[in-house]
Design a protein around this ligand. Structure first.
Ligand code: SAH
Length: 457
């Protein structure tokens, strides 16, 4: 892009991701996510879903006790990317306008005059209702339904509707039930808790208000509480619980039909090996680059980790001019005994180009270590000055924040695509319960499983 050309203002999609089953994403949401440069996603959004898209992924997880991003910081991040001309997807669990803070986020976009649109999602109540076969309304039983919240406890309401659905109840079930009793409902009223609705580990607990009040801890997040006579309709063996849950480790096997199975994908991460080869190649030839630019402190940290791992040290960088962007990167560099030759502290991303020019970084071969998602702004700025840039991915953006492991208690079968996938799997799981049926794509894979897990089943 030419220097004086006006950058187009970005665009923001506020998207509902649905309650958990990645296939409950709408077609429209899928299209928008494919078109997005940046995807900011909540902790209720599974990584199986975001992994399908290419954009830069930023995890904004908001579990109560490990705040990753405060709401203000999330808003700032959305605005920052949009103002840089990016297409931003703000991906939220369920529906953005049902206890999803979508309203607050559009206020911020309106005030910055950033264009946006809203794509609804399947809210947890609808997912839980279908996947547990509890209708929310039923002729002659329930003719109204209310969505309520169990948080904060001093604001719990019990509206006058036949079916009540409570969100955010994991730690306030008792308080909700007390509030409902106070409004005149009987102790014998039916209650259901749907935990992890629409996911492979969905669990449904049923009873009466009286019974639940006598139990201690009854639910773990994410969970919904449903109250009303429609719960009489519930059956233990429903269409979803009947399906076998199969863990697929690598590959896409054909034999698990959608009708009989719920497939849980477990990525086998072979791609990391390919990246390592690239890193090794660049580090061995590191003398080829007269300039190395570190865009942040993670780039410094991981790059130097690999430098040592592949048998080099700082002396191998003595011929290069080293440039850092931002103070944290310069500070991180000092830990390795190097002072930055050019420590840039741009006030905004658009200032980087000018600072590089002033610092004399032009028409050079530049090595740019960073995350797997290259900052095109920086690459453009360097290229505009006639440099050739080699981006090198030394860490995976956002990945380390959300390493989920699958709970084998809910799994009926496991399928492995290759011996190396068995090996990767064994780094996370020491044993596999006997009741789980294990198969592999070929006899070599099954033999590898027997070799590693044989005695520990
Ligand atoms: N916007 C979301 C709700 C966010 S509030 C939606 O429309 O669904 C977070 C609450 O949603 C959780 O505390 C829980 O009560 C509920 N929730 C979200 N996903 C759920 C799931 N898979 N199973 C059960 N409850 C869920």
């Amino acid at each position: 892009m030419k220097k004086n050309q006006q950058r187009p203002k970005g665009y923001v999609y506020i998207i509902g991701a649905g309650p958990g089953d990645p296939d409950l994403l709408t077609l429209k949401a899928e299209r928008a996510l494919r078109a997005s440069d940046v995807i900011l996603y909540d902790d209720l959004v599974t990584s199986a879903l975001v992994d399908r898209f290419e954009g830069l992924k930023i995890y904004t997880g908001k579990r109560k006790d490990s705040h990753h991003f405060e709401q203000d910081a999330i808003n700032e991040e959305i605005v920052r990317h949009a103002l840089r001309g990016k297409i931003v997807a703000r991906l939220k669990g369920g529906d953005p306008f049902v206890f999803g803070r979508g309203g607050e986020e559009i206020d911020v976009l309106r005030s910055h005059r950033i264009d946006y649109e809203i794509i609804p999602g399947i809210t947890a109540a609808h997912g839980a209702s279908s996947y547990s076969e509890i209708p929310l309304t039923m002729r002659k039983v329930s003719s109204s339904v209310a969505f309520c919240t169990g948080h904060p406890v001093n604001k719990i309401q019990a509206p006058d509707a036949d079916t009540l659905v409570y969100y955010m109840v994991a730690s306030s079930v008792h308080e909700v039930l007390e509030a409902v009793l106070k409004k005149g409902r009987k102790e014998s009223t039916k209650v259901a808790i749907v935990q992890n609705a629409t996911r492979y580990n969905q669990q449904v607990f049923t009873g009466t208000i009286g019974e639940f009040l006598r139990r201690d801890r009854v639910a773990y997040s994410p969970a919904l509480l449903i109250i009303g006579e429609n719960i009489n309709h519930f059956i233990e063996k429903n269409w979803f619980s009947r399906k076998k849950k199969v863990l697929v480790v690598g590959g896409e096997p054909k034999q698990f039909s959608e009708r009989d199975y719920v497939v849980v994908n477990f990525p086998c991460r072979r791609e990391e090996a390919a990246e390592r080869a690239e890193i090794e190649r660049c580090i061995e030839g590191v003398g080829e680059w007269p300039v190395i630019v570190f865009p942040n402190r993670f780039a410094v940290k991981y790059f130097f980790g690999y430098l040592m791992e592949f048998g080099r040290d700082v002396r191998h960088l003595s011929g290069a001019r080293i440039c850092t962007i931002g103070r944290p990167a310069a500070t991180e560099l000092q830990k390795f005994g190097i002072l930055s030759d050019l420590a840039l502290e741009p006030e905004s991303p658009s200032a980087i180009g000018g600072l590089l020019r002033e610092g004399g970084v032009s028409r050079q071969k530049v090595l740019l270590p960073g995350s797997n998602l290259v900052d095109s702004y920086l690459v453009n700025a360097l290229e505009e000055e006639g440099s050739t840039v080699t981006p090198l991915s030394v860490y995976l953006h956002g990945k380390h924040e959300q390493e989920e492991t699958v709970d084998l208690d809910f799994i009926d079968e496991i399928w492995f695509s290759s011996p190396s996938c068995v090996k990767n799997f064994s780094a996370l799981y020491r044993s596999v319960p006997d009741r789980i049926t294990v198969t592999g794509a070929d006899s070599g894979t099954e033999a590898e499983f027997a070799r590693i897990f044989g005695g520990k089943r």
